[in-house]
Design a protein around this ligand. Structure first.
Ligand SMILES: [Zn+2]
Length: 396
């Protein structure tokens, strides 16, 4: 919601008037100078929407504010063009309304279009959320990153590296939704007050690393060439893409990282495939490159890549993981019941590269049980498991 600054207003006053933490107000208005607000400046109030109210017989600003239990100055502020002494029946007023529910409910078929719509809604309602495009897919779709918080502990989550594990995307978006809601309402998540997290942690989230692949699994064949023909050829002529993990060119993005990539090549398909093909060289694919660049630029303290294969968490690479990794993985196991796996005979994954490059904690979190793509009826449990792990990654 937006308001226009009046004579004498300041952000500290708005923080009181709307009961929104000052830091969230400041971060929602990065372009303005909060200590010297000019009259008429537009200020965004996070966690509020403007509704319409139609004046009834006998209404005054005072009676309306009593009826809806909102401070009368909220009404004055958003109705500056209205003369409060001459309200007329049928006249339209603005009514500030605090957001107390999630902006949307996660749905089956969560493709790149749904993601864009949901991120539009979240950044509109909660302007302290920062959003940017970190790269584009082979087909030119944006790969988007969300950032929340100001802390020096930089925690990164990503989802949908693998196309048919797209259920990880709504998990990450719902967490953003819940986190923002908890911050603006100052309500806890699992008993934890979230504002200290906002000040301690800068959260970076890329909800959908592989938009082309996700759209292929959910919506079927692309309509444009050369993708239509190429994808059919890679899939042996079948239009069933439910087993597709790769990007649209048949490269497995989680086999693209320079961490024993040569070894991975010797174990995996040697040409484009619905799954496992590591590519001609490390980091040939724009989606893998976008995540690598982001990671190189961001000084992440730890990273969690979300996948869906069996309620386990991979946490080591060649003994290069720091001792801290073991402490964190034990907490992840405690909160989720997932089984930690230190080493496996798979290489060239994102977390492998992160551990190798920075010697910091990196995790591949495998949510859910069963054959991918998991049925959406599993979603509520998957989300519950993920929330515990995401919170732990912020407080550990
Ligand atoms: Zn996966």
């Amino acid at each position: 919601m937006e308001v226009r600054v009046r004579q004498g207003d300041n952000v500290w006053y708005y923080s009181q008037l709307f009961q929104i933490p000052l830091q969230l107000l400041l971060d929602s208005n990065r372009g303005s100078n909060p200590t010297a607000l000019m009259v008429g400046t537009v200020i965004r109030i996070p966690g509020y929407v403007l509704n319409r109210y139609t004046v009834q017989t006998g209404d005054t600003f005072w009676s309306i504010s009593r009826k809806f239990s909102i401070p009368i100055d909220q009404l004055f502020l958003v109705n500056q063009q209205v003369n409060p002494n001459f309200l007329q029946v049928g006249q339209a007023l603005f009514m500030p309304s605090r957001i107390t529910n999630k902006r949307f409910v996660q749905t089956d078929g969560y493709d790149s279009t749904v993601l864009t719509t949901d991120l539009d809604q979240l950044t509109e309602a909660y302007p302290f959320i920062r959003r940017r495009v970190i790269g584009t897919s082979v087909m030119g779709k944006p790969i988007e990153e969300i950032r929340i918080g100001n802390g020096s502990k930089r925690v990164h989550f990503n989802g949908s590296f693998h196309a048919h594990e797209w259920i990880t995307t709504p998990v990450l978006v719902e967490f953003i939704n819940d986190y923002a809601l908890a911050l603006t309402n100052q309500t806890p998540i699992r008993g934890l007050s979230m504002l200290p997290y906002y000040n301690d942690v800068e959260l970076s989230i890329v909800p959908m690393v592989n938009p082309d692949g996700v759209d292929l699994v959910i919506n079927g064949l692309p309509t444009s060439e050369p993708y239509l023909s190429e994808v059919l050829e890679i899939n042996d002529g079948s239009t069933d893409f439910s087993g597709w993990r790769a990007n649209i060119r048949g490269v497995d993005l989680n086999n693209q990282y320079p961490a024993k990539w040569e070894q991975e090549v010797s174990l995996k398909p040697s040409q484009p495939s619905p799954r496992d093909y590591p590519g001609r060289a490390p980091l040939t694919e724009p989606e893998a490159i976008a995540i690598a660049r982001l990671t190189l630029d961001s000084d992440f303290s730890r990273v969690l890549a979300f996948h869906t294969q069996g309620q386990v968490i991979f946490w080591g690479f060649e003994g290069l993981e720091p001792p801290e990794s073991e402490v964190i993985i034990n907490e992840f196991a405690r909160v989720s019941g997932f089984r930690p796996i230190q080493y496996t005979d798979s290489y060239a994954g994102y977390k492998d590269w992160f551990i190798k490059q920075w010697r910091r904690p990196g995790f591949t979190v495998e949510l859910g049980l069963g054959t991918n793509p998991l049925p959406f009826s599993d979603y509520p449990q998957i989300y519950e498991d993920a929330v515990g792990i995401m919170l732990a990654s912020m407080y550990m």
